[in-house]
Design a binder for this molecule. Structure first.
Ligand code: SF4
Length: 708
């Protein structure tokens, strides 16, 4: 993006879309508009930006959809009225106090987002867990990373990503599964592409039921049947064991569970596993050979594994491949989960999910609860985990949850079985929506609307997928009366009468959060805003006296965060517990992202250039299935599930397997009609451990649309 001559000010920041965390330069001109340029000095992207990052300035400069002042209504039949901040927050505090006094602290909840800055996450979490006395604070990261969080904890002892992006250039085998980074984490993938181009012997294995752009540089594409990931990973594990390609020293000295794992993976023959997965035995063995021959092996994954009713087991079955081959804690090796949102990792650091405490402390540990309670000086921390994302909406529906405060997320597009969530919000006694844009559907159900500052309008930090904390400058003023999210929450906490929310600025919030990490495994207690401003980014943990100060790679000493200090190899079962196709709903529906849109399109949907790539929602279907159903390319189709209906155009493609259809996740009511919204169809079944929904697998029927 060329920079106009009248630019007067350049600041650094970080792209607010995916968890790759690319550095940007933000040039502000005299009119207050900004232009974006990739930051060549930034260690993540070295100046590169993808289509979304390159067009970020459009979303900031266009203020036509912004909420400008607080609004409120005294009952559901009244229209919304403009009010002052004091009026809006006084009323909200009064309603929250009434519910808490009458029904207890679990009658209220906050539903936040992986797009919140760490400081924002911190104060919401502190307010809810430390003062209101409930753990009902969850975020849309529950829909995204919670299976990876649980699996890391089970395998490595803590939710921690051991590798860094610089390991990409040191690896010679990549196993990319349940992810399409060419579209969804593009700059990271460009680094893999460049590495492969410079080192053609580098092997790339892609596992995906669809042929995606990521397959473009794959040496091997394992186009498995949806839901068979664990069987495939186990079969590769079995082949590695059969060939003696495991790291015996590592599994005997630094890991536990290998014998049970070995027994589990030998339960299924290779031929049976291949049949079950829908790939050849030779290809499974080839994948095992590529891994066995690698000096550096990185497994890379995202929603294809996480968003599943067996998401944690899928994650564990993958991490097992790194563990049995000893590919962890050394250059070019390790499991690398790709974060969907820009600050899902930061949220995890402050314990911003219903079952976590700050700095990776455990809610079920009385010492940890006491430690945090003493630090905050608030009420006793409730040991009972709070409601997770989908549970909150179920609780609104059944009346046990009275009030919900939704911030920085658009649940009526993004939640599974979304009509249930819509019915729940309709029944809710009190709804607060804290938002940047006037578009999200949840605004229609709000009793109080609070205008929030957007990216570049506030200061704070975010952490990307490789534990890299970035400092984000405040570059422009928010429009109207919009305020930074952290300030809104702190003002509200003070209205509730709580002490400990009179922070002078985001730096003070960050400093308190950093102090709470002292002597934990993510210790950033000596990492200040000043250091972050000077360095731009730092990877946690930050050890002041070490040569590199930040930590690029974890577990180099092979001592893990488990009690035994050994990694745990989990012999997970390979059962698929998702809703299965049947005579009424014979197809498997899978969902995902497209290249130029992000989440529910509240930002990218504003950019004409981005809308041109794939302007409408669609259903990808195999030509043989289309022919059986009498569907031609471009025909309107009606897709139904046990929960709802969607009506979109058919896109006939050999890139999808027979019996499977794909619909993008982005469209909701914001830019389309209700019939574009794929979450009318998806299942609200969740993983029993992570409570992450099963967005990637449910049973649907497909017919050609006929005019009534
Ligand atoms: Fe932004 Fe992700 Fe694209 Fe980087 S790869 S520019 S962080 S959307």
């Amino acid at each position: 993006m060329p920079v106009k001559k009248q630019q007067i000010n350049t600041s650094t920041s970080t792209c607010c879309y995916c968890g790759v965390g690319c550095g940007v330069l933000v040039h502000k001109d005299k009119s207050g508009n900004v232009l974006i340029e990739g930051n060549k000095e930034h260690p993540v992207n070295k100046g590169m930006l993808c289509s979304k990052g390159l067009n970020l300035h459009y979303t900031v400069n266009d203020k036509s959809d912004r909420l400008l002042y607080p609004q409120m209504r005294y009952n559901k039949n009244m229209p919304m009225q403009r009010v002052s901040w004091d009026e809006a927050l006084d009323r909200t505090a009064a309603v929250f106090k009434t519910f808490i006094n009458k029904y207890g602290p679990d009658s209220v909840a906050f539903y936040a987002s992986g797009q919140c800055l760490t400081e924002e996450y911190y104060v919401i979490n502190k307010l809810m867990k430390g003062f209101i006395g409930s753990n009902n604070i969850d975020t849309n990261s529950r829909l995204c990373m919670s299976s990876a969080v649980a699996a890391y904890k089970m395998a490595l002892g803590e939710d921690t990503v051991p590798v860094c992006y610089d390991d990409i250039e040191l690896a010679d085998c990549f196993y990319v599964t349940g992810a399409n980074p060419a579209w969804c984490h593009p700059i990271l993938w460009r680094r893999v592409e460049a590495h492969k181009a410079a080192n053609p012997k580098t092997k790339i294995i892609v596992v995906d039921p669809r042929v995606t752009d990521t397959c473009g540089i794959a040496d091997l594409h394992l186009q498995i049947n949806p839901g068979t990931d664990i069987t495939l990973n186990h079969a590769i594990g079995r082949a590695l064991i059969e060939n003696g390609d495991i790291d015996l020293d590592f599994v005997t000295r630094h890991a536990e569970g290998f014998e049970q794992y070995s027994a589990m993976v030998f339960k299924r023959s290779m031929a049976d596993a291949a049949r079950h997965c829908g790939v050849s035995e030779a290809d499974i063995r080839l994948a095992a050979r590529y891994i066995a021959e690698a000096k550096g092996f990185i497994s890379m994954w995202t929603m294809g594994l996480n968003q599943s009713s067996t998401g944690v087991n899928k994650n564990l079955s993958l991490i097992n491949l790194n563990l049995i081959t000893g590919h962890i804690g050394k250059p070019g090796s390790g499991p690398l989960s790709l974060t969907g949102q820009p600050n899902a990792m930061g949220g995890r650091e402050v314990g911003g999910l219903a079952n976590l405490l700050p700095a990776h402390r455990n809610l079920d540990n009385p010492l940890h609860r006491e430690e945090v309670q003493k630090f905050w000086g608030g009420s006793v921390i409730n040991p009972k985990p709070g409601l997770t994302a989908t549970e909150m909406f179920e609780a609104l529906e059944n009346g046990s949850l009275k009030a919900i405060w939704i911030l920085c997320t658009n649940p009526l597009t993004s939640l599974p079985n979304v009509r249930l969530a819509e019915a729940a919000l309709k029944k809710a006694k009190f709804v607060v929506v804290q938002e940047v844009s006037n578009k999200p559907e949840s605004l229609a159900f709000a009793d109080v609307i609070l205008p929030a500052a957007a990216w570049a309008e506030k200061e704070g930090t975010m952490t990307n997928s490789e534990r890299r904390i970035s400092y984000l400058n405040k570059i422009i003023e928010p429009p109207g009366e919009a305020l930074p999210d952290a300030e809104i929450i702190c003002r509200f906490a003070r209205k509730m009468g709580y002490k400990g929310f009179d922070f002078e600025d985001p730096a003070a919030i960050y400093a308190e959060h950093a102090r709470l990490t002292t002597k934990t495994n993510i210790d950033i207690s000596s990492l200040t805003y000043e250091i972050l401003k000077e360095k731009g980014t730092v990877q946690w943990p930050y050890k002041k006296k070490s040569a590199e100060e930040g930590t690029i790679r974890l577990f180099t000493d092979k001592r893990f965060y488990t009690l035994s200090k050994r990694a745990i190899i989990h012999p997970v079962p390979d059962a698929n517990t998702s809703e299965q196709p049947d005579g009424d709903f014979p197809f498997i529906l899978t969902t995902g992202r497209i290249r130029d849109q992000w989440h529910t399109m509240s930002k990218t949907g504003k950019v004409n250039k981005l809308n041109q790539h794939l302007p409408q929602s669609f259903m990808e279907i195999h030509p043989d299935d289309a022919s059986t159903l009498g569907i031609n390319d471009g025909d309107i189709t009606v897709i139904t599930s046990r929960r709802g209906k969607v009506q979109v155009k058919a896109k006939i493609s050999t890139q999808i397997k027979q019996g499977v259809v794909f619909v993008p996740m982005h469209w909701g009511k914001i830019l389309g009609n209700d019939l574009n919204r794929v979450n009318n169809l998806t299942s609200d079944q969740v993983d029993p451990i992570s409570k992450e929904p099963d967005f990637k697998f449910c049973a649907v029927n497909v017919v050609k649309f006929k005019k009534p």
